[in-house]
Design a protein around this ligand. Structure first.
Ligand code: PEP
Length: 263
């Protein structure tokens, strides 16, 4: 059973997908599934992270649902406020548009777009100061795991993040543990390995804040309908950040349902 004090989160990270018409269709299909077989809001928080371009449209489309579905930005600028920063979207602009959630530190941003520690710190600070809830991603590479460094790397990432979180801001933090070697590869960490890392993260959080036991720690890395039940049964896995499988309404629904049922 999942940690009963933490409501699970299931968030679909659409990355640079899909085309706009397909995104609208995907949302309609998902809404229909929820209408046919509702998942209570207090059984599982559900969110989707479309491209920046689709955020507002998807948010509008999600407004008339039978239950709340959060719209999540995939990234945010390291610059706050407004100004001459071509191509950037600040935390304040997201908040002003009614977007309350943001992913920070996804491994694709870290690896492909040079989101280093100081940049992540600035993004985190801006997001929290603007009142956004942050889904902060951590995870080790295959090389680091094979060298026995996985725990050390992940806990360091947690410490880097924690340095930028004030006591009253922990309620706006969700962690996503995503081993890099499992993202988009079809390889999932075994439920036992994932649970072991989540327990370490929980232990680390408990040493930093007395809200540690209340922070949702999501697993990400090739989560699918057929492995969600096993992952959801782990006590410290409080949900999933789902890439590929979130682009299919049926599989995304099944994953959300697996976590909702695990309570
Ligand atoms: C992700 O992008 O965060 C992710 C976990 O992707 P996938 O589920 O496709 O591995």
């Amino acid at each position: 059973m999942s940690n009963s004090t933490v409501i699970p989160w299931v968030v679909g990270n659409w990355k640079m997908n899909p085309m706009h018409a397909d995104a609208l269709k995907l949302v309609e299909e998902f809404k229909q599934l929820l209408q046919q077989n509702p998942i209570a809001t207090d059984a599982c928080y559900i969110g989707v992270a479309p491209t920046m371009l689709s955020l507002i449209n998807i948010q509008t489309q999600l407004k008339n649902t039978t239950r709340e579905i959060y719209t999540v930005a995939q990234d945010v600028s390291r610059v706050a406020g407004t100004g001459a920063y071509t191509g950037e979207v600040s935390a304040e602009l997201l908040k002003d548009s009614g977007i309350g959630y943001v992913l920070i530190g996804h491994s694709e941003r870290r690896e492909l777009f040079c989101d280093q520690v100081d940049i992540l710190k600035a993004k985190l600070k801006n997001a929290l100061n603007a009142g956004l809830t942050v889904i902060y991603c951590v995870g080790e590479s295959l090389e680091q795991r094979e060298q026995g460094l996985a725990e050390q790397v992940v806990l360091q990432q947690i410490c880097d993040m924690a340095a930028g979180v004030a006591a009253e801001q922990w309620q706006n933090i969700v962690i996503a543990y995503e081993p890099i070697w499992a993202i988009g590869t079809g390889k999932t960490a075994s439920a036992a390995d994932a649970q072991a890392m989540h327990a370490k993260i929980r232990e680390g959080l408990n040493q930093i804040t007395n809200l540690g036991s209340k922070i949702a720690i999501l697993y990400g890395g090739s989560v699918k309908a057929d492995n969600a039940v096993e992952l959801a049964a782990c006590p410290d896995i409080n949900g999933a950040l789902v890439g590929g499988a979130s682009l299919n309404a049926h599989s995304f629904y099944q994953i959300a349902n697996a976590f909702a049922q695990s309570k």
